[in-house]
Design a binder for this molecule. Sequence first.
Ligand code: PHE
Length: 341
Amino acid sequence: MQSLKEQLQAYEQDINAFSPADAAELENYRIKYLGTKGLVKQVFGEMKNVPADQKKEAGQLLNTFKQLAEAKYEAFKHLQEQSGKKSNDIDITLPGTALPSGTRHPLRVVENEIVSIFEKIGFSVATGPEIEDDWHNFTSLNMPEHHPARDMQDTFYVSQNPDWVLRTHTSSVQARIMEQGNLPVRVICPGRVYRNETISARAHCFFHQCEGLYIDKNVSFADLKQTLYYFVTEMFGADTKLRFRPSYFPFTEPSAEMDISCTVCGGSGCSLCKHTGWVEILGCGMVHPNMLRNFDIDPEVYTGFAFGMGVERITQIKYQVNDLRLYSQNDIRFLKQFQSA
Ligand code: PHE
């Protein structure tokens, strides 16, 4: 009995230290301990030599030994199956799961297009803050305090500071560019602007503009017309006609609004052009001498033109979007219809 106990302890030590490097070693282990001529069978064969009064104890020892030998085998077999699965089950030649890709927002698509048209003729992009001070949004643009033209744009004021507003147009960026004093200037200013309007299909409390500014010696209204003509034909096609109507902006003189022939009906009349054949797309004019003087630019030497358009308006015409609210409702079905540019 004593020798059986010692024998089992030796085997158990052996088993505890066992760690197969591969399937072949594990198979050797199985044959050695659990095979038909294996050690487990052999030691059970010893039972017949154990005296009757010790059989119970010996039986327990043998069972523990057998369970250990089997458990060790099962554990390693399981491990090998797992690792075998990993390397065999992954087919690295299969295509990956494609993630759905998003699309650009329609306003960004159109803004990019506007910007790249002007970039081709030498304009560079300028941006500025959306919270603006009174000077850059109004006063420097020839709209001093109490000027009636301030009422043309219903303004959001910032409660922390009476001098601050949410910019009502990106002309504020033009002011900042003129302030830098590097002439000549040829910039396009895209960005979000805010006006205190009740939200409806035709008005929103924020929208987007692209405004342009060109200041140099000898810039004339003819340059303005030619520049905008180039823009319109690039944006809406070579057949598009344009016309200028006299208008008023405090920061330009003379001022005009520009219409293009309706791109939907071609001029015969539809709901987009309200049956006039024309759709208004932007305001423009020659930079007012007062504005040049506000930035120490001599109006006797330099002249310039400016124009400003709403990106929503251009998008509406290009894609026939009839409700401004669609742009900010985040409806994927609407948003994914626009191709990235
Ligand atoms: N700032 C004007 C607006 O927001 C547009 C404009 C820009 C008009 C430049 C003339 C010249 O309505």
